[in-house]
Every structure is written in structure tokens, then in C-alpha cells.
Design a protein around this ligand. Sequence first.
Ligand code: ZN
Length: 304
Amino acid sequence: MSVRRWKQVISISVAVLLVTSVILAVVFGIKYNRLYHENTKPQETAAEIGEGKVETDEYENIIKYYTNIKSDENFAYKDKHPELYGSSQFNFTEPSEKTCYLTFDDGPDPNTTPVILDILKEYDVKATFFVVYHDSEDAKALYKRIVDEGHSIGIHSASHDYEKIYASVEAYLDDFARLSDHLEQITGKRPDIFRFPGGSINTYNSSIYKELIAEMIRRGYTYYDWNVAAGDAKSYEVSTEDILYNIFSADSSSKEKIILLHDGGSYQTTAEALPEIIERMQAKGYSFAPITTDVRPVVFEYKP
Ligand code: ZN
């Protein structure tokens, strides 16, 4: 081969190598970026489990607690979001029999939520979904399906970004309003019940939680923490055995159980554990109900 030919071969080889490198860099760059974002999306943290917190479930205390806050009309947020008023009357009913409220946070998810809804339908069990904001057609259909099949739908958070929503009471209300508007458009109704991301008292809202809770109560919204956590929202998939252990090793004396579960990730084990959760609770004498505004809330210990 001539020197010229060699030069041509080398040039082509270098060009092919360069193009291949660029393609590889782009492909892996996208993949890495996706992996990175999947791993850093807001995960439920220890705060979501409500570690170190005690729930207050004394009926009289809760009534007093709500009534005192509600009667105080001197809040700074009166003019914000005039559309955001719930209809809670705070006339809570103590369950007459052992009642279990299954609650699913962080959904809807196009893979997980339909499986959970199918199981609930099979067992004729009604539950509660504290949802986040999604705008896809799948999500819109799921918000509707939740309501159509007789479950309760409550506000969880539009962004589920702890730092953003707990930056101030206004920031929380803005996020809440975004999801409330969205759900009203899709289901025709604004939810009256909600669950704070991370629970009502957590490491992110420690400087504003009193003002925030007071403002939400004043607006006629009822919030629900939990007294049983499935522990199914870690950064990895928790086994069905661990989920069942977390639920059934918890204090069994409570007549009213509000169980924290999640349908927001693509993990399958929550749905896999669900039939056994339902059957074992039924065997213990519990019936299931969706949360409505007359259900006595379980709330983390609040010291006014
Ligand atoms: Zn959550």
C-alpha cells in the first residue's frame, strides 16, 4: 500500500473511533443521568417513618386540639388561596369495631397502582390513596379509578420535595393548591383529607409545623399520620417477609390501625404482601374502611 493509502486508512480509522466514542459518551451519559436521577428522586426518609414520634390517639385530646386551633381566627394566611377550604367538621367517630385503614402514599404509579387496585377489588376492601401530582394519561385514569372504585383519595404533595414544601407555610399551601386543583379537574372534587410528606412532624418542618398544622386545620382539612408502618419505601425493594414483619410485629392492641404503605415506586413487594396483610388482619378481627373526614385521626404527638 502506498503512503497515501495508509494515511487514508488511518484517517478513516480515527474518524470511526471518534464517532464511536461520541455515540458511547452520549448513550452512557443519558443512562448515567437517568440512573442518577432515579437514585436521587425524593425517597421516603426516616422522617417518613416518623421515627421517635408517638401518636396521640386519645379521642378527647384530639377534639380539644382541633377545636382550639380552629377557633383561633388570627392567622396570617387568610388571604392566600381562597379556593383552599375543606369541609371537615371535626366530629370524629370512634370506630365501634376493630378497623384497619390501609393507606397508600406517593402514587399513582402506572405499574404498581393497578395491581393494588385489582387486589383490593378481589377482596372487596376499600382503602385510601394519598397521591402526588402526575399529569400523564395513565395517572389521570388512575386518580379516576381510585375514586370510581370507592376508595378515598387524599392530598399528599404535588412535588413531594421536602425542602421546597416545608420552606414556609406559603410554600406548603402553593404545593397543596397545585395538586388540589389538578384533582378537582380530574375527579370533580377537592379532597378534604391529607397526609404530610414525612408525617405531620418531621425533621424538615420542625420550625413551621405548629403554624402549618394550625393553618390546615383552620381551613377545614383533616390530616392523618399512621400508627403502623410497612417500611416499604426504602431506596431498595423491601422483601414481602419484612413488610409483613413490620406490620404484624407492631403493637396489636390498637382498635384503630392506620397502616402506611406505598404505591409510588415500581417495587412489586407491597402488592405481593397485600393479600396476606388483608387475610391476617381479617383473622385478627379487623374490618377495612376508607378514611373519610369523620374517621378519628391518628396524629403524631403535638405539643401546642
Ligand atoms: Zn410520601
